[in-house]
Design a protein around this ligand. Sequence first.
Ligand code: ADP
Length: 402
Amino acid sequence: MLRIGLTGGIGSGKSTVSARLAELGAVVVDADKIAREVVEPGEPALEQIRERFGDAVFAADGALDRPALGRVVFGDPQALADLEGITHPAIWRRTAERFARAEAEGAKVGVHDMPLLVEKAMAGEYHLVVVVHTDEEVRLRRLVELRGMPLEEARSRIAAQATDEQRRAAADVLLDNNGTPEEIAAQVDRLWEERVTPFADNLAAGRRREREPVITLADPDVTWTQQAQRQLARLAHALGDRALTLDHIGSTAVPGLVAKDVLDLQVGVESMAAADATDFVAALEAAGFPRVEGYVADTPRVHGGAPVSWPKRFHGNCDPGVAVHVHVREVGSPGWRWALLFRDWLRAEPAAREEYAAVKRGVETQRLSMEDYAEAKEPWFDGIHDRLEVWARESGWTPEGR
Ligand code: ADP
């Protein structure tokens, strides 16, 4: 099941978007609702709160007196940590149960409606993060006029949340809700049709996204770095300590360089056996990065000699909205080191960047497939190994210092 994290600042229209996604067929798990449910009468967390904070935070009818509890924990970090120590495990358990149930019942898409997704750094847990963006003045006006919130309260709630910039950095998809309700509904429908549905289908089939038959170069995109960070966060979450290193490599990792619009990521593992382990392959596939068979080694010609074999494994991705190549290599192996050295050389040397850009431009005109394009660049690669090593020596480069 495709897991979408949906967030946005208060008053942005997040609830409006999640309602539309539910109409389209997603199962929506509402984080605020679950946070309320776990402290309803009869819930174990409620009794733990009574033990820790006493009767003073309960109303006469036995229900939790939220404002009273709020006053107790406000400005008291230890009290807040104690409260969260009680409620968070209950919330996470119930959230996981809801998603598991939705999946068992055959849902293809689950949406976690999560106001604090960015504040709690949860983006890596989802296949796709959707952020509803609405300008602050518009949000204030809607909160006051439509939800009857006092202006000062609306202002202070907005100030207590993540900034728009932080949310933007976490967003795979940014929906603009400054316009009419019809406009936001149309954006959600388009997102569902063009990205969510094919993504969910690819994920269910363990199939990588469709690829362009012919590669084209894109002008440097200043968002590549952030895009890569989001994908790396997903890999980190999926693999945990099985990923010894995680890096953005390749041309999109070099600011200012023309490139295929593909994020190349390198996962460093202990050994190729670790990369072939069933649970490793399954974890990447479940996170939306299915393994592509047939890539068992890079075969560069180093120092003009015969091709050498640098083992690797390769995973593509399911999201039709972004192309990701995941290269899995053994930490410290020549191929792992070379990918980092090449990137850092290009980052450091403007002349090298220009030379490589010219090679790419020359090859692009041949209108080649991904594989043939890579092959056509090989002669240039054959010639640069010695230059890279000289640069590494002279600049004192080490992979650890990257
Ligand atoms: P959130 O869940 O992000 O706090 P809501 O979905 O409750 O925000 O939206 C805030 C208020 O603005 C609600 O009263 C909602 O009906 C209204 N609203 C949402 N989107 C629009 C829009 N495009 N135009 C006008 N009002 C909107």
